[in-house]
Ligand binder design. Structure first.
Ligand code: FAD
Ligand code: GLY
Length: 375
């Protein structure tokens, strides 16, 4: 039964989604496709939280947490769904989300880097994940802009990328056209007061302010770069490992995304000289030509992290009216298609509670949960 008599800007709904990032928007679209009346409330502009800051890598193999088999399986399955998801969005909206099936190279530029690459390769081969070891010279034949001293590389042929800004635009259009009621600049402070039969919490790094879920912000600083000469510096996603991990994502048109720091600084989103320096210092060692690029933007975003790095998806064990769709940490773009489907399954009762329920954490909640202004 719907709640009555509560004043909100949007009136009653079958499902209220709190948070208009990629997770909330994709979920709302899918739920609406089931014929339910859906409203999305976001306290800021739609898609301007972590979703705006993301690189858009679909990296189930590069970012595999090999200890968390259920998460690995979900990442791989979501990557498998991505081409159909992108095609369906393009069909529904006319917006191309920029899916590039470019593959990825993990680079080891010195001896330590090469050892890291070999460890990563062993671990992935043991699980049957697709990887190919390349000597530095072989990698440079694929990507001539790589530094001459490069020791070793690992090719990850199935790790691709999309453009998050285009994804947000497509999801907003898909929601609008299908009849989802979108309410930007609408903050939700009390889930119980929402006049909706079910409530999906997709509030990203801010989710712990709405209920007992152990989601914390993990800051990432990054740069958008542009080559005035056009595309060609590199074609594949390039990644490098410790001591300062980073990655370069080409958009195929002369724009590049260089990311990203990993910082435990609460809700601080300042872009710092040190953060930008470290990104450029490492990247310049791996792809020296990158230092010639122009900087379009330096920015940061807050990843929604959890204690085990896996998302929280499914009905709340203490209040089944609430369905969580949060905590996607480093892989919310990748996990967007499967999350939306899992939430539909939870709302309709078609899917059994999966491995990502909140119940696995008990009542944990980070101390800083209720801090943090609008993204
Ligand atoms: P968000 O996009 O943060 O959306 C949450 C929304 O909830 C916000 O718009 C916010 O305004 C709203 N909100 C919060 N509280 C309230 C409230 N009380 N009332 C109303 N609205 C509220 N993932 C990948 O898969 N690939 C990548 O390459 C990648 N790179 C990344 C790089 C960086 C630097 C960062 C920071 C993240 C990256 N990620 C990547 C992770 C990805 O961005 C996130 O996992 C994903 O965007 C989470 O989406 P979301 O919709 O849950 O959160
Ligand atoms: N997945 C890339 C990042 O979170 O930085």
């Amino acid at each position: 039964m719907r709640s009555e008599g509560v004043t909100t800007p949007f009136g009653n709904a079958d499902v209220a989604v709190v948070g208009g990032g990629v997770i909330g928007l994709a979920t709302a679209w899918r739920v609406r496709q089931r014929g339910l009346d859906v409203v999305v409330a976001d306290r800021g502009d739609l898609g301007q939280g972590a979703s705006r800051a993301a690189a858009g890598m679909l990296a189930p193999v590069a970012e595999a947490d090999l200890q968390e088999r259920e998460l690995l399986a979900a990442n791989l399955e979501s990557a498998r769904r991505w081409p159909a998801f992108a095609a369906e969005l393009a069909e529904a909206t006319g917006i191309d989300v920029g899916l590039r099936t470019c593959g990825t190279l993990l680079l080891g530029r010195d001896r330590d880097g090469a050892e890291h690459v070999d460890r990563e390769r062993d671990a992935r081969e043991r699980l049957g994940l697709p990887v190919r070891r390349l000597l530095g010279s072989q990698a440079r034949r694929l990507e001539p802009a790589l530094a001459p001293g490069l020791r070793l590389a690992l090719e990850l042929p199935d790790d691709h990328a999309v453009e998050p800004a285009r994804l947000v635009a497509a999801l907003v259009r898909a929601c609008t056209d299908s009849g989802v009621r979108l309410h930007p600049h609408t903050e939700v402070t009390d889930l119980a007061a929402l006049p909706a039969e079910r409530v999906v919490v997709a509030a990203g790094a801010w989710s712990a302010g709405l209920g007992p879920v152990p989601v914390r912000p993990v800051k990432g600083q990054a740069l958008r770069l542009r080559d005035p000469a056009g595309p060609g510096l590199c074609d594949r996603v390039l990644r490098w490992g410790p001591p300062t991990p980073g990655y370069l994502v080409p958009r195929g048109d002369g724009r590049y995304y260089l990311g990203a720091t990993m910082e435990e600084r609460g809700f601080d989103t300042a872009v710092t000289a040190l953060g930008v320096y470290e990104l450029l210092r490492e990247a310049g060692e791996v792809v020296p030509g990158l230092l010639e690029l122009e900087i379009d933007e330096a920015f940061s975003g807050l990843r929604p992290g959890t204690p085990d790095n896996a998302p929280v998806i499914g009905p709340d064990p203490d209040d089944p009216r609430i369905v969580w769709a949060t905590g996607h940490f480093r892989n919310g773009i990748l996990l967007c298609p499967i999350t939306a489907d899992l939430v539909v399954g939870a709302l309709t009762g078609e899917a059994p509670p999966g491995a990502f329920g909140r119940g696995r954490f008990g009542a944990e909640r980070p101390a800083a949960a209720v801090q943090g202004g609008a993204p």
